[in-house]
Design a protein around this ligand. Structure first.
Ligand code: 6GU
Length: 251
């Protein structure tokens, strides 16, 4: 899978050279390329934005500059069966693990158009959504959550990392993917403990050192449900009735 990251701060993406993602690139599991949006300007100031029609604060990024940059990125995807144009924006749909899984399983190329938070001229998303002109392209406007960042770069890094770690050969132990929050059960993760057995007066729950794996599984599931109910009650809807064991219901 290839990610093309377009931004006025292409240096931002150096972090992708670190750790597991850096190794995934070395192993050929994924690749990425950062492009400077300003390379597609023609004026001496290399300006990419202008004042909003209708007035108001801030600046809006120009559709013509973005159009040239995205067209150039698309030209590099000519043999792709599936390309996603991801546009980070606080007014997008929340990025979920389900969507991350779908992208990892289906996309050959992901182009990420990182705007500043005032946004990109709305016609850019409208134009590339036209399925007749772009049959292999899906436009995906997404947000990381209900808070505002200055630009889409952090969200682009989040997307590359979330998708990249699901690609074959990035995470060493496949089980570490399955048990995580949102993957296996749809619940938040149970709490984890390791040595030392007593730390600053806090001890490890006895069941975890007892060696009874059935008891351990049950304890972990009960803690996961309890934590989810307390912190993210809306996620309990992910648990269908079949997924609840008899012991869960008795908790
Ligand atoms: Cl995707 N973009 C911006 N600018 N702010 C955000 C965000 C995205 N997600 C959360 N805050």
């Amino acid at each position: 899978m290839k990610f093309q990251l377009i931004s006025i701060f292409p240096e931002f993406f150096e972090v992708l050279k670190l750790s597991l993602l850096g190794k995934a690139v070395e192993n050929g599991v994924l690749s990425w390329e950062a492009t400077n949006l300003r390379d597609f300007t023609t004026d001496p100031h290399r300006s990419v934005d202008d004042t909003p029609y209708g007035g108001g604060a801030g600046m809006v990024m120009r559709a013509d500059i973005w159009g040239k940059a995205i067209d150039a990125a698309l030209e590099e995807c000519e043999n792709s069966a599936k390309v996603i144009l991801a546009i980070p924006t606080p007014s997008g749909e929340p990025l979920t693990q389900a969507k991350v899984r779908e992208i990892a399983a289906s996309a050959d190329n992901v182009i990420v158009a990182c705007g500043r938070y005032e946004g990109i001229d709305s016609r850019v998303a409208t134009h590339y959504r036209d399925a007749e002109t772009y049959p292999h392209l899906e436009v995906f406007e997404f947000t990381l959550g209900d808070y505002v960042l200055n630009g889409g770069e952090i969200a682009a890094v989040a997307l590359v990392e979330a998708v990249g770690r699901l690609l074959d050969g990035t995470v060493g132990n496949p089980n570490s993917l399955v048990e995580e929050s949102f993957e296996g059960s749809g619940l938040l993760e149970y709490p984890a403990f390791t040595r030392p057995e007593i730390w600053r007066g806090l001890d490890v729950p006895e069941v975890l050192t007892g060696g009874n794996h059935k008891d351990i599984d049950h304890w972990r599931r009960a803690r996961a449900i309890e934590r989810t109910a307390r912190i993210r009650p809306e996620l309990l809807g992910n648990l269908n009735a079949n997924n609840l064991t008899k012991r869960d219901r008795e908790q």
